[in-house]
Design a protein around this ligand. Structure first.
Ligand code: AMP
Length: 277
């Protein structure tokens, strides 16, 4: 496994790489969700590149950049064990060198949900992914369905900017109790961790209501809100029952919809979603 810390080292490592190349962008503190993306990339490509970069531009000023968990040694050991070919693990000024002055703003699809809750977040995401896509030049890139809106934002960006990397969506990996794996889960107290599966339970309650024939978006959102409100350690940020193409809230649910939730467990913010197709 080659570890590249600069743009030049990455270019050198990629020069001799067998094609096609699969790319898995991450912020490190790797878990089984990341492992599943790496496995999929390895199955479909001759070379797999993983980036480890906690992107300051996608964190708001009041957000948890400083507390984001990091361990380079642990992440490199996991990449090695998973058979990754090239790890790109750059310092901030290698991704954003002095003079860097471009920002990628995606339109309507980036506005609701996470875009509304975290102003500037998707601009940071789209900007770093545009840089990384440019540097890696992969045939395919792998993203988790857990961040469903992120996938839609990146697809829009890649299409509009004529970036030829294909964006592949991979299923959400969960703990046995239903909690979606996330690097942030390790920051939960034992009490918060015990109640965190309520996110999944709220989504499943919304789904069950829809499957029983309910077509009112309000009724489905209320049901998810009711389940979340049953846990005193949880502060609901939003619940959503949205059109799965536009992510705009639905009055009437009669086509593909995406259920989403975002909630705070103390200072730890977790999201999850469930596509109703
Ligand atoms: P992150 O390191 O949290 O920025 O995530 C890097 C990639 O892993 C993103 O495409 C995420 O959507 C994906 N990912 C994170 N958690 C999971 C999970 N539980 N299952 C599948 N993919 C995930």
């Amino acid at each position: 496994m080659q570890v590249a810390r600069t743009r030049a080292e990455l270019r050198e490592a990629l020069a001799g790489a067998a094609r096609p190349v699969g790319f898995v962008p991450t912020m490190g503190w790797l878990h089984d969700g990341h492992r599943s993306l790496i496995g999929r990339s390895r199955a479909e490509n001759a070379t797999t590149v993983v980036s480890i970069f906690v992107n300051p531009r996608q964190f708001g000023s009041t957000e948890d950049l400083a507390r984001y968990p990091r361990s380079e040694a642990r992440d490199l050991a996991i990449c090695e064990a998973e058979g990754v070919d090239i790890v790109f693990d750059p310092p901030v000024d290698e991704v954003y060198p002095p003079g860097f002055d471009t920002s990628v703003g995606v339109g309507a699809i980036a506005r609701p949900l996470e875009g509304a809750a975290r102003p500037g977040h998707f601009e940071g995401v789209a900007t770093v992914v545009a840089v990384l896509f440019g540097l890696v030049g992969a045939e395919r890139a792998y993203f988790g369905q857990k961040d469903a809106q992120q996938i839609m934002v990146i697809r829009r960006m890649a299409l509009d900017l004529a970036i030829p990397t294909e964006v592949v969506a991979c299923p959400t990996v969960r703990e046995p109790d239903g909690l979606a794996l996330s690097s942030r889960n390790d920051r939960l107290t034992p009490e918060q961790r015990a109640v965190a599966p309520v996110l999944r339970r709220a989504l499943l309650a919304g789904r069950a209501l829809r499957e029983r024939g309910e077509t009112s978006g309000d009724a489905i959102r209320d049901e998810m809100r009711r389940v979340l409100a049953g846990e005193p350690l949880v502060t609901t940020e939003y619940v959503s029952c949205a059109d799965s193409r536009t992510l705009l809230e639905l009055d009437r649910v009669d086509g593909p919809a995406l259920l989403s939730v975002a909630a705070l467990f103390g200072a730890v913010r977790l999201i999850d979603n469930d596509p109703l197709d």
